[in-house]
Design a protein around this ligand. Structure first.
Ligand SMILES: Cc1cc2nc3c(=O)[nH]c(=O)nc-3n(C[C@H](O)[C@H](O)[C@H](O)COP(=O)(O)OP(=O)(O)OC[C@H]3O[C@@H](n4cnc5c(N)ncnc54)[C@H](O)[C@@H]3O)c2cc1C
Length: 298
């Protein structure tokens, strides 16, 4: 741990924090090392102040929502984690709903249904924070968060700015936030007026459909679908269902999922990802690209 990171607790005494922070405990795949500290800003102002202070002290940082699409190195991360869980504000607007970056999709959908706001049901069951869903342009069954995002409030070089959906440069499993140090503070989702019971029924229908997905510790889909085909099918065609390295295994129910069936290390999971990529290339001449994001050095 560097001298700089030793001081995090003292410099951020005014913020909720966790020291040390375990990626194994805080990510859905249940693997990875630790970071010296995680900081939990509760408002836009605290988020901006946290980033400004970390930058001023030269402390590297990463932002984490629900940790459902990340693989952190076994060596951990030598800086601070900004964990968005406490950014929890939800607001009903004439055009839809504004959700702070830490609002979980499940809570957003309950709020939407209670307020007769439809149109977001396709997101049901995705274990995401609002910030993570916007960053990843999360989606299911051919529908993506970007289709419902009207605007995003974001932090860029110390200033809070309002971005239109167009400015977020969304595309399949991609957003501008992946290319620039711009952090999602909140998003406004456009909704359509609907009947509460029908919205709840549709959420239930989506959840039932998703119940076929593999259960257990995972990151969801590991690879993006290459244009015109399914990564899961390519992996299956390469005969990789059930392939494993240590406790990391390619799921039999859906080959684009890698499960941690116990104590898989991040390096075992990463090795399995490389093995899958190599075998799929040999079998179909397609190079799969990860959807998941890495934290730390591999
Ligand atoms: C069982 C399971 C099922 C899944 N099903 C789906 C699915 O159907 N569709 C789908 O699209 N995905 C799915 N996923 C993947 C995952 O849930 C999504 O990608 C989700 O959007 C990630 O959100 P998160 O809050 O967990 O982000 P994290 O995993 O915490 O972070 C992901 C990335 O977003 C960045 N980030 C997070 N918050 C912010 C912020 N406020 N500002 C800037 N950057 C930020 C992080 O730095 C990181 O690079 C699934 C995952 C699991 C485990």
């Amino acid at each position: 741990m560097s001298r700089n990171t030793d001081c995090i607790a003292e410099w951020f005494a005014d913020l909720p924090q966790k020291r040390p922070f375990s990626f194994r405990a805080a990510t859905t795949i249940g693997a990875g090392g630790t970071a010296p500290a995680a900081l939990y800003p509760r408002s836009e102002a605290e988020f901006a102040e946290t980033v400004a202070r970390l930058e001023a002290q030269g402390i590297p940082f990463c932002v984490l929502g629900c940790g459902s699409n990340v693989l952190a190195s076994d060596k951990g991360f030598g800086g601070a984690v900004i964990k968005t869980d406490r950014m929890e504000t939800l607001r009903l607007l004439p055009q839809g709903i504004e959700a702070a970056c830490g609002v979980r999709i499940a809570r957003l959908l309950s709020f939407a249904a209670a307020n007769h706001c439809g149109g977001l049901e396709f997101l049901a069951g995705i274990p995401a924070s609002t910030g993570g869903a916007v960053f990843m342009n999360a989606g299911a069954c051919g529908k993506f968060a970007a289709e419902r995002v009207l605007s995003v409030r974001a932090l860029y070089r110390g200033s809070v700015m309002e971005m239109t959906a167009e400015e977020c440069a969304f595309s399949y499993k991609h957003s501008l936030f992946m290319d620039e140090p711009i952090y999602v503070l909140s998003a406004v989702f456009q909704t359509v007026c609907g009947d509460k019971q029908s919205i709840l029924r549709e959420i239930k229908r989506v959840l039932v459909r998703r119940s076929r997905l593999p259960r257990g510790k995972s990151m969801g889909c590991v690879f993006k679908n290459p244009s015109g085909c399914s990564a899961g099918e390519l992996i299956e065609q390469a005969g990789l269902k059930g392939a494993f390295i240590g406790d990391a295994v390619v799921a039999r129910e859906h080959a684009n999922f890698i499960l941690n069936r116990g104590g898989a290390t991040a390096s075992e999971i990463r090795s399995l990802i490389e093995h899958v990529r190599a075998r799929v290339f040999e079998n179909s001449a397609v190079t799969l690209e990860e959807e998941i994001r890495y934290i730390g050095e591999f």
